[in-house]
Design a protein around this ligand. Structure first.
Ligand SMILES: Cc1cc2nc3c(=O)[nH]c(=O)nc-3n(C[C@H](O)[C@H](O)[C@H](O)COP(=O)(O)OP(=O)(O)OC[C@H]3O[C@@H](n4cnc5c(N)ncnc54)[C@H](O)[C@@H]3O)c2cc1C
Length: 549
């Protein structure tokens, strides 16, 4: 049992190369009798938060994912850190309060990853929610947010169109403007895991957990290749994959899955000045048109889903549905042929009594414990991940105490709300205020200083990957050195979202990036070819489009 030590969060970002990933597995195999305090299965945002919290409380923590970190729902969301305006209508006051509190915390913990934005929510004659009702709801939203953000404003039709000229004029009754935040879901997950590593957690990727057992009070986690890991506690954070296979009967019918699709178009096709909220006629749901630099993304849908959550693709019907809903409010908006890319995610919703309509299911989380004492955390939101983690790690600590393995001491209390996700004490580089420095800081916060130093040694790294997007070669090099990358899609889909934003879906650079990765891993020409083929196949499954060299 590890002793209750204060978090040893590093002041510098630890390196995390392909070799470090391989070494973590070798260490595990070489120490079969090592007993962890907690093994967390699933490195989406939920598992990332749990691993960070556990490690910061001084618990000996191992985080394992069957694929890359954020491979599942956590890289396929609407990318909002929000209270969830629409949950007010469902009476989810507690969820909205918690989400708004977490939004405020994340502004401080991860400022470059959680950016404030003013959302414009219009109302047309045919819409269910008229301006007075929107304004009433947003007054409650302001109150639940404890007035930590600017209060919402009610806008006349004229003022609404001044703010967002693309809005349809005909039938526009008015709008409200309010604050929420936009994030990069995959990078928020990555930053949380980097913080967990800096606090002592070990991380394994591409290692599916096949089974769980318990003997003499100790859990035995078996990986697909037969490797055994011992632990005092196990937390499943497997999102939409959670079910009876690892949880037994406690996992039966625990979740209802719902698919949501987003489309990416050139900003010139839907040049919204601010995020626009769009009501769906006849339904209690909304979708968004969100500016994303040289692109705009549109979504999402909400339909019941069955099958492998990793294979939920985008259909032609999904694309037509989203575009039709957007065009009603933003006429003249895009044609299907202008869709550059798309993504599709599966929500792991806690099953309710009202089967069939996933729109009405609550987004709250639940902790389940099976007869063997395995804990699972399901449901919830990207926004509330830190609070969800606190909840489950409190439970881990009390489970360990119940089994006489742990005493709750002040050092075991949650401190995740007190520490920034990314170390902030990197010395400023003289070029911090240059165009490149500012562009990198926008995406990487204080870590941009590390990248600027890499550019000093190799100036060509400052060049862009593709002309019309902000991503630079230094970010590729940095991902290989610090971001736990194993495969090409880790890099071009989740560390840098080229598969979602580039007109060629990363096809123009994929071979060069695969070569950099092979150099770091000690791979051959054959590895490069395999990585490129794997990337093209995965991108086609997800986006319905194949990268073009
Ligand atoms: C379309 C859509 C839009 C959304 N928009 C928002 C939003 O704007 N804001 C917001 O707050 N929330 C949003 N959400 C919700 C949010 O994205 C999810 O609640 C959250 O990402 C779930 O994270 P997770 O870690 O629980 O699951 P996941 O991210 O799916 O992670 C589960 C992980 O478990 C791993 N795994 C599975 N089985 C095994 C195994 N046997 N062994 C090892 N690893 C395994 C998987 O590989 C995966 O990486 C949205 C969800 C969807 C689908």
């Amino acid at each position: 049992m590890s002793s209750p030590t204060p978090p040893r969060a590093d002041s510098r970002l630890p390196r995390w190369t392909p070799e470090d990933l391989a070494r973590a597995k070798r260490d595990l195999v070489e120490r079969p009798d090592h007993v962890r305090d907690v093994v967390v299965v699933g490195a989406g945002i939920t598992g990332a938060g749990v691993a960070r919290d556990a490690a910061m409380r001084g618990l000996d923590t191992l985080l394992i994912d069957a694929s890359d970190l954020a491979y599942g729902t956590s890289s396929r969301s609407s990318r909002l850190i929000h209270g969830g305006v629409r949950y007010l209508e469902q009476g989810e006051i507690g969820l909205v309060f918690e989400a708004l509190r977490e939004r405020t915390r994340l502004y401080t913990l991860a400022p470059h990853l959680v950016r404030r934005a003013t959302f414009v929510f219009p109302s047309f004659a045919e819409d269910r929610l008229q301006p007075w009702k929107l304004s009433l709801g947003l007054s409650l939203y302001d109150l639940l947010g404890l007035y930590q953000s600017p209060r919402h404003r009610r806008l006349s039709p004229r003022r609404a169109r001044e703010l967002e000229p693309l809005l349809r004029g005909d039938g526009l009754r008015g709008a409200v403007a309010y604050e929420d935040a936009i994030t990069d879901d995959a990078r928020l997950t990555l930053a949380t895991i980097q913080s967990a590593r800096a606090s002592g957690a070990d991380v394994l990727t591409y290692e599916p957990v096949d089974s769980l057992a318990r003997a003499d009070g100790i859990h035995v986690v078996t990986l697909r290749d037969g490797t055994l890991i011992k632990s005092r506690a196990v937390v499943l954070a497997t999102g939409p994959w959670t079910g009876s296979r690892l949880l037994g009967s406690a996992g039966d019918e625990l979740l209802t899955l719902s698919k949501g699709v987003h489309l990416v178009v050139p900003a010139s096709s839907v040049p919204v000045a601010a995020p626009v909220v769009i009501q769906v006629p006849g339904q209690r749901r909304i979708l968004f048109a969100i500016p994303w630099g040289a692109r705009t993304y549109l979504g999402t849908t909400d339909s019941a889903y069955e099958g492998d959550p990793g294979a939920a693709g985008v259909t032609e019907g999904d694309e037509e549905e989203v575009l039709a809903l957007v065009r009603r409010v933003l006429p003249g908006a895009t044609q299907t042929s202008q869709v550059l890319s798309a993504w599709s995610g599966v929500r792991p919703l806690v099953a309710g009594k009202r089967r069939g309509n996933t729109v009405e299911l609550a987004r709250t989380h639940r902790i389940v414990e099976n007869d063997d004492g395995v804990l699972a955390i399901v449901g919830g939101k990207l926004t509330t991940y830190r609070a969800m983690a606190e909840d489950v790690v409190d439970r881990v600590v009390s489970v360990l105490a119940r089994r006489g393995m742990e005493t709750v001491t002040p050092a075991r209390r949650c401190t995740t709300h007190q520490h920034p996700l990314i170390p902030t004490d990197e010395a400023p580089h003289p070029d911090a205020d240059s165009e490149v420095g500012r562009a990198l800081a926008r995406r990487h916060g204080a870590t941009a200083q590390v990248m600027l130093r890499a550019i000093d040694d190799a100036p060509a790294l400052a060049e862009k990957l593709v002309d019309d997007l902000p991503y630079r070669w230094v970010e590729v090099q940095h991902a290989v050195d610090y971001e736990g990358v194993r495969h090409l899609d880790d890099l071009l889909r989740r560390r840098i979202p080229l598969a979602l934003t580039d007109a060629q879906l990363g096809g123009g650079v994929m071979r060069r990036v695969a070569t950099m990765l092979a150099d770091a891993r000690g791979g051959s020409q054959r590895d490069i070819d395999e990585e490129v083929e794997r990337y093209c196949a995965l991108t086609e499954t997800e986006t319905r489009r194949r990268p073009r060299p």
